[in-house]
Design a protein around this ligand. Structure first.
Ligand SMILES: C[S@@+](CC[C@H](N)C(=O)[O-])C[C@H]1O[C@@H](n2cnc3c(N)ncnc32)[C@H](O)[C@@H]1O
Length: 204
């Protein structure tokens, strides 16, 4: 699974931005940030070869759906082949900036969760600002709804002022280590066992 990822990194290093997919630990911790026991609409930005998608699908309710936005054509085609048997998955070879148009086309008012693996920190400030605003607007105004990102730096926290609550965790068991940050759309804490509120950045 990771050979295609390395190949695409060599072709487009700034867009793919990593030579190997996320570690099992990072994948588990990202999935733990969501309550997937109920039907949900999920969008994933930059799924790469699909390592997070596989774990989300393993946990996801049968009536949920996940929409994948992958900019790299070979990775998008690899995802389409890999997930074609699962009717809950839509694979788009598209920029994640098109999320609101895609939701409108499908008659979906909102997403419950948006998970992102794209290299936000290298985006131009204006593109970053627009993407964050679109992401915020696309999330449902519910206690669960959240934007979850994993990144080498935690600089996005200073750009996400519209979100009402932010929790960060540092995951050392990944190459490179990453911050996992959850931006909540509303200020109400959701207290499922999978999603306990944390107040401080914790290194593990
Ligand atoms: C660091 S890789 C993460 C891959 C995978 N999620 C993982 O954890 O291993 C970033 C991925 O985001 C994709 N990407 C970058 N910018 C994007 C954008 N604007 N829209 C959709 N995908 C994008 C890249 O092609 C690449 O597959």
């Amino acid at each position: 699974m990771s050979a295609i990822f390395l190949k695409r990194f060599l072709q487009r290093p700034f867009q793919v931005a990593s030579i190997i997919p996320s570690s099992k630990t990072l994948i588990k911790r990202v999935a733990d940030k969501m309550d997937l026991s109920q039907p949900r609409v999920i969008a994933e930005y930059g799924p790469g070869e699909g390592c997070h998608t596989r774990e989300i699908l393993r946990r996801m309710h049968p009536d949920s759906q996940i929409i994948l936005f992958e900019l790299d054509p070979e990775l998008a085609s690899h995802l389409a082949k890999q997930f074609s048997p699962d009717p809950r998955v839509t694979v788009l070879h598209a920029d994640c900036a098109t999320l609101s148009a895609v939701l409108a086309e499908r008659g979906l008012p909102h997403c419950d969760y948006i998970v992102s693996g794209i290299p936000f920190s290298i985006l131009e400030p204006e593109k970053k600002r627009e993407l964050l605003q679109n992401t915020f607007d696309a999330l449902a105004p519910t206690p669960e709804s959240a934007f979850i990102i994993y990144q080498v730096t935690n600089e996005l926290v200073s750009h996400c002022r519209h979100f009402s609550r932010v929790e960060s965790q540092y995951c050392l068991i990944n190459l490179p280590p990453m911050f996992i940050t959850k931006f909540h759309k509303t200020s109400h804490a959701h207290k499922s066992p999978q999603n306990r509120p944390q107040s401080a950045t914790a290194a593990r």
